[in-house]
Design a protein around this ligand. Sequence first.
Ligand code: NAD
Length: 264
Amino acid sequence: MSHTERWALILGASSGFGAACTRALADAGFNIFGAHFDLKSTLPRALQVKADVEAKGRKAIFFNKNVADDRNRAEIIAKIQEYFESGGGGSIECMLHSVAFGNLKPFIADQPADAVDRKALEMTLDVMANSLVYWTQDLARAGLLVRGSKVFAMTSAGSHRVIPGYGPVSAAKAALESHTRQLALELATKGICVNCFQAGVTDTPAFRMIPGHAQVKEQILRLHPDGRMTQPEDLAHTLVALMDPRVDWITGTVIRVDGGEDNV
Ligand SMILES: NC(=O)c1ccc[n+]([C@@H]2O[C@H](COP(=O)([O-])OP(=O)(O)OC[C@H]3O[C@@H](n4cnc5c(N)ncnc54)[C@H](O)[C@@H]3O)[C@@H](O)[C@H]2O)c1
């Protein structure tokens, strides 16, 4: 391994935006550390993404682990460090947090079992927002994020719009955007940029879990300025473009990749 190798860490690499960004970054010359959380039924998609990266002549080291767990995070970061140390050094140039694992119950329901509760609300915030802070803290502390490294997270219009059944995830997205601003502030002098992508509505497995997603899709197709939904590749191409080392003055902000959807 040489220091000139480019490495990305993708949290949520097996599906949707994470998978598309993994493939696009591999096309652009990046090797990939990928984390995902798949059971037997969905594991083949992770293996396919890994195989696709390797078919492009890049290295792919994948971890099937819950990235919101402190021990798993420590274990993955230790393995990345060991890997770099055994080859004489290295760092994470791009980190993408693209984890979808939230509760989608309403806040108000006649039966408590039908409404979001404390555990579900806290779990959603922890996995979809707070874990960005813990990963960024630990990667920076381990010396794996360096001058020129870029951290990205995935927000949505739900951070500022109300969508039935999306309350816990809406809260997580608002928190994620706040965490992004704060991390960007505290990492600015280290030359590390932190931003959120606000993707348009995209037909992924996570989207299909949202109550009423079929109506949302129909509404997007009717109202979207370009008459189509966002594709994971729209985001992936944007991410690759922003990985140009000359792009180093965008930080602490939300970058919309939605074809103008949030204006209508
Ligand atoms: N699909 C949309 O319309 C849309 C729009 C805007 C933002 N987003 C956001 O983009 C991100 C990715 O969503 P997606 O639509 O690509 O979802 P997806 O279901 O296609 O992919 C989710 C990925 O996260 C991984 N994952 C889930 N929980 C995990 C955990 N605890 N530990 C490790 N990995 C875990 C899965 O294995 C998978 O690789 C989410 O934050 C989502 O809120 C989605």
